[in-house]
Design a protein. Structure first.
Length: 131
């Protein structure tokens, strides 16, 4: 992230996930998707309050907010789609890191894609378009 204030800001939209255990969530996304931590706001005990992560060039945020976490509300208002070159290996990596399988990786509707539920209640489609 550049600190040059004279550079124009690139317009973008990034998901913001509410989770009940933000520090664990940061560790999970690093293990599951090789996410890089770009920003962290922590409390006095070192627990994450807000974090910005990236998977390749795709950025997202997460925040400690148990009341809004789908894990505690039994609902999903957002479902993520992670487009990668090798969905099979990323899917396996996410499962190994603690996700549960919702739908196995398969080919359908022009995509090779599978779906996992992460330990924080968010669903991720992991796939790539077929050429």
């Amino acid at each position: 992230m550049s600190n040059n204030l004279s550079e124009p800001i690139k317009t973008s939209i990034a998901p913001w996930l509410s989770v009940s255990r933000a520090t664990e969530a940061v560790d999970y996304y690093k293990a599951a998707f090789s996410a890089a931590e770009r920003y962290r706001l922590a409390d006095d005990a070192g627990q994450v309050i807000v974090a910005q992560l990236s998977i390749g060039d795709a950025e997202f945020w997460l925040q400690e907010d148990a009341d809004s976490s789908p894990e505690h509300q039994d609902r999903r208002s957002v479902r993520m789609i992670l487009t990668v070159n090798d969905p099979d290996s990323v899917f396996k990596q996410a499962i190994a890191a603690g996700a549960s399988e919702v739908a196995a990786v398969s080919e359908d509707n022009g995509w090779r894609i599978g779906r996992i539920a992460d330990p924080f209640g968010h669903h991720w489609e992991i796939g790539k378009p077929l050429l």
